[in-house]
Design a protein around this ligand. Structure first.
Ligand SMILES: [Zn+2]
Length: 117
């Protein structure tokens, strides 16, 4: 179940992939072939799965984006586009790695806002 008012950008996709990995493990376990020995590692493995899927999705699109940027005629526009894409991808990759921390911070901000009002 994914929250409708997802707080952080891409949090809904991240949660979906995380839960998908947990469901896969449940199927493996019910078939008698678990891939994770200890239950507590499932959360970590599911988190890494969601992170890796999101990173892989961006990595697949980058060559095409860079190819399009290299076609720009003006040098300063090309550099600006490379910088913009680089910054955006960097921020996105950080969100992949720190999604749970971002969600915890957001939840804490909302909790404190609720307490004050
Ligand atoms: Zn989980």
């Amino acid at each position: 179940m994914v929250s409708e008012d997802a707080e952080a950008p891409f949090a809904d996709l991240h949660t979906l992939l995380h839960e998908f990995r947990e469901m896969l493990e449940g199927t493996f376990t019910s078939l008698g072939f678990p891939t994770i020995r200890h239950e507590q590692f499932l959360e970590v493995r599911a988190e890494h799965f969601a992170m890796a899927c999101r990173m892989q999705a961006v990595q697949k699109k980058l060559p095409r984006v860079f190819q399009q940027i290299s076609d720009f005629e003006k040098t300063w526009i090309r550099y600006f586009a490379y910088s913009a894409v680089g910054f955006t991808v960097f921020a996105y990759l950080l969100s992949c790695v720190f999604m749970r921390q971002i969600e915890h911070i957001d939840a804490e901000v909302k909790r404190q806002r609720y307490v004050r009002t």
